[in-house]
Structure formats: structure tokens, C-alpha cells
Design a protein around this ligand. Structure first.
Ligand code: SAM
Length: 213
């Protein structure tokens, strides 16, 4: 995601009814914010939010929270959000490493990671959203039967993840190196990056991980 400072982005986000302004205060009580006890699913690094907003439209019985750490990127999502009539989605402008400050143990039912930044240098490996460090964060907020679903066009990051996720004590229960031509394609919702890369002919990799064997 190319980053550009957008004047007024912070102010717009701070005034938006679609952005949770005090996420730490919701820890253990997200049900109250949504007004129901439906399952909660989150996307870490939602970018402009195409994927999670389409999921929210398709699944009114699930509550969604899109997480993006850059206000200039989240701002783009807010513009689209304003066009939609939805009561099952909020956004947060936070770094995912603080997820345990925001969700109680077991409060999240599914975590989506889509086209996460690859951080190819070894010294930046801890920043990869499928690193053992981040898997430990997800472990602290995910329900016992919860899953992490990861899509990417980046084969290097995917191969790394196929090793780092089991090394963190998780089970990769399904994976494909060509999602759009696999039996995992059914019901697939495309992200912005997925549309861009698959239009160039790049295969999309996907894995689903859980903590039970
Ligand atoms: N998921 C979108 C898609 O597939 O079109 C956007 C992909 S973009 C390459 C990755 C996004 O993840 C960027 O907007 C980046 O700011 C965000 N991101 C990366 N690390 C993050 C973190 N630790 N916490 C929150 N957002 C993060």
C-alpha cells in the first residue's frame, strides 16, 4: 500500500461514527457495541476495506471489525462505508500487535489476513503478520475453535507462513497455491489486492489455520 499523508485524515477518523474511538474500552464487551451476541470476525490490515465490507453485506448474522494502522488508508474505506447501510461492521485504526488490549480471550471467532506486507528482510521477520509473534497475539484473542485465514500472491511470504504457523503450535488445516482454481474457491470474496494481482495472472495462495489438530 503506497502511503501518502492526507491532510485532515486523523480528524475525519476521530469524528467518524464508523470508527471505534476507544477500542480498549470495548474489551470483553463488543457484544454491547453491536447490540447482539453474534460471532465476531476481524480483518487485520484491511486497506480500503473492500473485502470486509462485502462480507458484512453478505453475512448480516456476523459482526465484523476492520483493522488498519494507517489513517490515510482507513480514510479511503470510510468513504465507501458511508454509502452502505450496515449495522454489523466497525473499523479501528490501531496496530494489530495491540489486539490483546482490545479483545478479551476468545472474543474473536475468525481472523482474516489478506495480502499482508511481506517484509522480505530477515531482520524484519517479526513484523510479518504470520510470524510466531503475531500468531501468539491471535492465540490470545481467538475462540478455541477459531481460525486464521491468510491469502497472498507472495509465494515467499506464503512458504514462510507454511513453516512459521506450525512452528507457533498451530495446524494448517487447508492450503492451496492457486486459490481461484482450487476447491477452496467457493464463496471466495476478493480483496482490492487480489483483484489487482489476479488480473495480472498471478496465482493467489490461501491457507486456513487453527489450534486443534
Ligand atoms: N487487505 C487489503 C487487500 O488485500 O487489498 C490491503 C492489503 S495492504 C498490502 C496491507 C495493509 O495492512 C496495509 O494497509 C497496511 O497498512 C496494513 N497493516 C500492515 N501491518 C499492520 C498491522 N500490524 N496492524 C494493522 N494494519 C497493518
Amino acid at each position: 500500500m503506497r502511503l501518502r499523508h492526507i491532510p485532515g485524515a486523523e480528524e475525519t477518523i476521530a469524528a467518524s461514527p464508523y470508527v471505534v474511538q476507544d477500542p480498549q474500552a470495548q474489551k470483553g464487551r463488543w457484544d454491547q457495541l453491536f447490540g447482539n451476541t453474534n460471532p465476531i470476525e476481524i480483518e487485520v490490515g484491511m486497506g480500503k476495506g473492500r473485502f470486509i465490507m462485502e462480507l458484512a453485506q453478505k453475512n448480516p448474522g456476523i459482526n465484523y471489525i476492520g483493522i488498519e494502522r494507517y489513517s490515510s488508508v482507513l480514510l479511503r474505506g470510510l468513504q465507501k462505508r458511508a454509502e452502505l447501510e450496515l449495522d454489523n461492521i466497525f473499523f479501528m485504526c490501531i496496530d494489530a500487535k495491540t489486539l490483546a488490549d482490545v479483545f478479551a480471550p476468545g472474543e474473536v471467532n475468525r481472523i482474516y489476513l489478506n495480502f499482508s506486507d511481506p517484509w522480505p528482510k530477515d531482520r524484519h521477520a517479526k513484523r510479518r503478520l504470520t510470524s510466531p509473534e503475531f500468531m501468539a497475539v491471535y492465540d490470545s484473542v481467538l475462540a478455541p475453535e477459531g481460525t486464521v485465514e491468510f491469502k497472498t500472491d507472495n509465494r515467499g511470504l506464503f512458504d514462510y507462513s507454511l513453516e512459521s504457523i506450525p512452528a507457533a503450535g498451530w495446524t494448517v488445516k487447508a492450503h492451496t497455491f492457486d486459490l481461484h482454481h482450487s476447491d477452496m474457491a467457493e464463496g471466495n470474496v476478493m480483496t482490492e489486492y487480489e483483484i489487482k494481482f489476479s488480473a495480472k495472472g498471478q496465482p493467489i495462495c490461501k491457507l486456513v489455520a487453527c489450534r486443534t489438530p
